[in-house]
Design a protein around this ligand. Structure first.
Ligand code: NAD
Length: 350
């Protein structure tokens, strides 16, 4: 990131943060001047969603959100929004649920009020995605950016330790790539550094003591910052590789976590200023190793082989990953990318 020359873009955002913040939902919705909410969750979060939505004027409930925003399910949600004449979408859940709100907003322009319950960061971005027949279509559109985001750490207390760890390190990955993004800037770097600090400090406690409200608050704060960093900067090798691996059917957050230390090693020499910032906030002398050791402490799967990757996929993924060029601190080339993936496949120390 060049501090002498940069372009800074700020996304409009109203963020309401803190323990008990979910109680402000009805007031926040009223302040937007809307009255007929379609409230959205996954089946698993349906009860939490109903509690959070108490006191709200509800036009309809869609509690059938699922991973990967499959287009058929999205169409059902869009139809329901139209049938009940919803004038806004209230989403309560992780990245998958927020994805449904975004898909509705994309075609209807309905405003979204997001109440995130994981560390995905999707609520801060204009990025949408829908999948059909195994292929994922994504894009950026300001229409899908939530108008209000309410972060209540209390809603994250039940998030299982394994999901918290993977989702949290995924958020750290957003921050790490923002630090060396070709279109980064000093403000985003400050947020990225602070996001890594908050997450690295809190995740070990979150995993050991999932109900520790202070650690949960710090992790959610870090996740907000992480989401803000990817909102305006381009992702590089790490996220591009994970996108390819996602296409092979590997799980989102775990894959991002496993690949992160190896992608950082790949870029370390070409992005030394970013590495120094990560090292500074983690109190370490080598960023890729520090992240790898943190992941071990969190009990995360360390090998792509552990999350469903086949040995033959290493070459296949490396080939796909180098097909379309994109900015990255170090040139993206087949042999070293294959080596990176092989190391991640085997879970080697980076
Ligand atoms: P997720 O939304 O699929 O949630 C993971 C699991 O946790 C689910 O089973 C869910 O029911 C459960 N869960 C969620 N909150 C909980 C809580 N508080 N307590 C207990 N269980 C809870 O996973 P995710 O990691 O949040 O999101 C991943 C998805 O988000 C991916 O599809 C990814 O592509 C997308 N994403 C999009 C963006 C973007 O900017 N568009 C950014 C990041 C991620």
């Amino acid at each position: 990131m060049n501090q002498a020359q940069f372009t800074y873009v700020a996304m409009p955002a109203r963020v309401v943060f803190g323990v008990g913040a979910a109680q402000k939902l009805a007031a926040e919705v009223a302040a937007l001047g809307v009255k007929r909410a379609l409230v959205i969750s996954t089946p698993g979060r349906a009860q939490m969603m109903r509690e959070v939505a108490k006191g709200l004027d509800i036009a309809g409930v869609f509690d059938q959100a699922v991973m990967h925003t499959p287009v058929a399910r999205v169409e059902a949600a869009r139809k329901q929004a139209a049938d009940v004449k919803a004038d806004c979408c209230v989403v309560v859940g992780g990245g998958s649920t927020i994805g449904f709100g975004k898909a509705i907003a994309l075609t209807s322009g309905l405003p979204i009020i997001a109440v995130p319950t994981t560390y995905s960061g999707s609520e801060m971005t204009t990025i949408w995605g829908v999948s059909e027949g195994g292929a994922k279509k994504t894009g950026r559109d300001p229409k899908v950016l939530p108008r209000v985001v309410i972060y209540d750490p209390q809603l994250t207390l039940e998030l299982p330790p394994a999901i918290s760890a993977a989702s949290g390190v995924n958020a750290m990955a957003h921050c790490a790539e923002a630090l060396y993004a070709h279109d980064g800037n000093p403000i985003v770097s400050i947020m990225a550094e602070e996001g890594i600090r908050a997450l690295a400090l809190s995740l070990p406690t979150v995993v050991r003591h999932p109900k520790d409200l202070e650690a949960r608050t710090s992790a959610l704060y870090g996740a907000w910052l992480a989401g803000s960093t990817i909102a305006t900067t381009s992702v590089a090798l790490h996220h591009k590789l994970c996108h390819v691996l996602g296409g092979l059917g590997l799980p989102h957050a775990e894959t991002h976590a496993i690949v992160l230390p190896h992608a950082l090693r790949y870029n370390a020499a070409a992005a030394s200023a970013a590495m120094q910032r990560i090292q500074k906030v983690m109190g370490a002398d080598d960023a890729p190793t520090a992240i790898w050791e943190l992941e071990q402490r969190l009990g995360l799967p360390m090998r792509l082989a552990d999350v469903g990757m086949q040995a033959a996929d290493v070459e296949k993924a490396a080939r796909i990953a180098v097909q379309a060029p994109y900015p990255n601190p170090r040139k993206v080339e087949y042999e070293p990318v294959k080596e990176l993936l092989q190391n991640a496949f085997e879970g080697r120390r980076p």
